[in-house]
Structure formats: structure tokens, C-alpha cells
Design a protein around this ligand. Structure first.
Ligand SMILES: [Zn+2]
Length: 189
């Protein structure tokens, strides 16, 4: 099933919206059971995918972004697997959490740049290989610091800035340009 963000409110019906960044938002009444929402999502999944594809096309046309070929995308994933784990290891050492990293996986999903679980499994988005090196580093620094603080508190950010002082500037690049990277993924992926 398509990934979506669920927002419950006082409304009476379930509704779905594809946002400009390609994420899917589902709004539902407070008491709507999860299975009912999932049924709704499944029924509208094709529609949502078409919307997302249309938006990507429009974005690509506007910014003259080239959608990668399947072969280019495959090579990107391979390069990412070779390069990114070393950057995670580097920042994990700086943060003093090397022993807590249980694994680094490379994901190519469109929705998240990185994630970190409590048991030390870190995942980084392969599309970051297409961004400036410091942008990828900012995501690696962010995720390893979650092994110290599993939140986005001031303490978390003080650790991030300690190991990567230029963090803010580079991480912010993603807000502005992230959708361009996302629109380079071949359709069907
Ligand atoms: Zn975070």
C-alpha cells in the first residue's frame, strides 16, 4: 500500500490529498477505524500514484530535471552502498556511538532522507548521492546523533552541531531542492 500521513480531525468523511512534494495525506474522522481508512487508501491508491507521477512530470519539465534511466538508478544505488556506510561510520566515531550502530542500509524511497531505530539500525536515502557531499553528510550526522538522543530536542541538535558545525545550512538544502532529487527517480520505482 502507498505510504501516507494520517491526520484525524472533526471531519465526517475520509479524504485523500497528494501534496506538492509528492507525499500523501489522508484525513479521517477521529473515530474512523484503521481498517476502514486502509480500505479507502487502497481504493484510491492508483489515483494517488497518477497524481504523484503527474506532479513529477511537471516538476521535471519546470526545472528541466532529467529522470534517471533504470540503469543509472541501479548504478546510483551501487555507488551509494559503497560510499554511504563509510560516512555514517565517520560521523558515528565523532559522536562516540560507533559501538551502537548495528547496521547501515541504503534505501531509495522518496519520502525520507534517513532514519535511525533504537537498536542502532540506520538507513540513508541513496538519492543523497546526487546532492552536494555536505548535504549527505548532514543527514548522516543527524541520524547517528539519534543514537544519543531519540528526539529533536536542543540536546540532540547540540550534538549534531558538535560533530558537524555547518549542519543547518546543508540540511536546509534538502527543503529547497529535495523534491528535485525525488523527481529524478525512474517511474515505477
Ligand atoms: Zn531526526
Amino acid at each position: 500500500m502507498i505510504e501516507y500521513q494520517l491526520i484525524r480531525s472533526k471531519r465526517k468523511t475520509i479524504g485523500m490529498q497528494v501534496k506538492p512534494d509528492g507525499t500523501v495525506e489522508v484525513r479521517a474522522p477521529y473515530l474512523a477505524p484503521k481498517f476502514e481508512i486502509d480500505l479507502f487508501v487502497r481504493a484510491h491508491e492508483d489515483w494517488a500514484r497518477r497524481q504523484i507521477a503527474r506532479q513529477e512530470k511537471a516538476r521535471a519539465a519546470a526545472g528541466d530535471v532529467k529522470v534517471m534511466t533504470d540503469e543509472q538508478f541501479r548504478r546510483l544505488k551501487k555507488l551509494a552502498r559503497q560510499y554511504i556506510p563509510g560516512r555514517v561510520a565517520y560521523f558515528a566515531r565523532l559522536a562516540g556511538v560507533s559501538h551502537r550502530v548495528s547496521g547501515v542500509s541504503i534505501r531509495c524511497q522518496k519520502t525520507r532522507w534517513g532514519s535511525c531505530t533504537a537498536n542502532g539500525s540506520i538507513s540513508i536515502n541513496c538519492l543523497l548521492m546526487l546532492a552536494p557531499k555536505e548535504v549527505l553528510d548532514s543527514v548522516c550526522a543527524h541520524e547517528v546523533c539519534h543514537l544519543l538522543e531519540m528526539n529533536h530536542s536542543a540536546r540532540f541538535y547540540s550534538e549534531v552541531y558538535r560533530i558537524f558545525p555547518e549542519y543547518r545550512k546543508h540540511y536546509a538544502w534538502l527543503k529547497k531542492n529535495g523534491s528535485i532529487l525525488q523527481s529524478m527517480v525512474p517511474r515505477g520505482d
